[in-house]
Design a protein around this ligand. Sequence first.
Ligand SMILES: Cc1cc2nc3c(=O)[nH]c(=O)nc-3n(C[C@H](O)[C@H](O)[C@H](O)COP(=O)(O)OP(=O)(O)OC[C@H]3O[C@@H](n4cnc5c(N)ncnc54)[C@H](O)[C@@H]3O)c2cc1C
Length: 460
Amino acid sequence: MLFRSNPLKTFQRALGRHKVLTSPEDLLTYSYDVSSERSTPEMVVLAEAADDIIQSVKFARDEGYRITPRGGGTGMSGGSVPLRQGMVLCTERMNDILGIDEENKTALVEPGVITATVQDEAAKVGLFYPPDPSSHKISSIGGNVAENAGGLRCVKYGTTKHYVQGLEFVSARGELCYTGILDSKNSIPDLTPLLVGSEGTLGIITKISLRLIDTPEARGTLRIFFTSMDYASNSVAEIMAAGILPSVCELMDKAVLDAITAYTGTQLPNNTEALLLIEVDGNREEIKGRVAEIESICNNRQAIEIASTENLEEAEQLWTLRRSISPSLSRLASGKMNEDVSVPRSRIPDLLNEVRRISQRYDLPIPCYGHAGDGNIHVNVMYDADDTLQHQRSLQAIEEVFKEVVRLDGSLSGEHGIGIVKREFMRLQMESAELDTLRKIKESFDPDGIFNPGKIIPEG
Ligand SMILES: Cc1cc2nc3c(=O)[nH]c(=O)nc-3n(C[C@H](O)[C@H](O)[C@H](O)COP(=O)(O)OP(=O)(O)OC[C@H]3O[C@@H](n4cnc5c(N)ncnc54)[C@H](O)[C@@H]3O)c2cc1C
């Protein structure tokens, strides 16, 4: 009698047992990210080199498994959740910085390197990697590239895509491919922009070449309290109109500030309705002038209190309220939908006014904060996770927020990606011809749909 050996066991033996996990506890560990989506894979591969990924893709193709790539699992849109089970392919062990070229100001890194490590290693040689998602101490650079991660400094420095020069990735056929400028290769036309932000649906990134820049000489930080959201938003517009480009421009509304005071006990100035945290960077001489100019603009807009410093330790104090947002909001309710919508900067007041109305209509707190400089606002619908009716109301409230965002010429996601959680809303934002184009791009990279199925593009 002929026995067919178990293909999974054969694969496990070939790759190494320590790299292919199948125990229920291990599978559970890789079944979620920071969204509320959950789905347990059938196996987890902890790749240590591109060759492990090539072998995994070939095995998955032969045996009909789907593959969900995963970095640090900090995504907020369900991107690394294996919706159709199959294999989670995690790059967390591919975490070497392969080199920093000081002369050409580039870094060549593996996808599993933690974002903060890239920043720290660049800083050691006087260079600067600006993209700074708040998750920088836990997210991987591969995940940042796949999501085109943004962060606090986007307003001046742009998002991850502005720093990716080239990529190595494993295709759905299990072949190693290159884009852009990588090592000694220079591929034209450059497919890098298609891969960046593709959320693991087109290929598995195995090497990244990053552009670095010179570290700014100095930094000025300002914390400004306002009596109204309009004064705060208008101050931002005026600062920009004056030709000042802040490196950070964070806005917090009254509901966020109330949550922070309730959690931390911090006393805010009377009548505070909004807060701006602004940073400017550049050479030392310029900074003083810019800080003074921002102070003057905000004073003319009825600022209640302004604190500013060019001392980095004092600046940390001014950041305390901003850094308290997450723990403070998590005390407000057991459920939170944090949607990172984006609207043109001038439409922020319109968005926030409508969110206030939605909050009243659905009787749910919706604190908002975000990167005012580039219109990327985090809208947080808070609800009781054990209350089904509240959960339903929060979904309806979010849909209304998305409709308003599209009406204001904005985008459903400023940085967290579409993943599963915003997939069905893509029709609000894209025409069917545009969605068809996305489908065709996906099909040309991945004709059998093995990479990250069920993400980004709505079905049908
Ligand atoms: C506290 C907190 C704060 C956050 N703040 C920000 C913020 O300021 N800005 C921001 O943009 N995001 C933020 N995020 C969201 C998240 O950190 C980012 O989306 C980040 O880029 C995800 O990286 P990751 O390594 O965790 O990726 P994962 O969550 O593991 O995966 C994210 C997506 O990338 C794909 N992927 C991962 N690795 C690869 C690879 N090697 N090849 C191909 N595809 C891959 C996955 O399939 C998935 O679709 C925050 C998250 C948390 C928890």
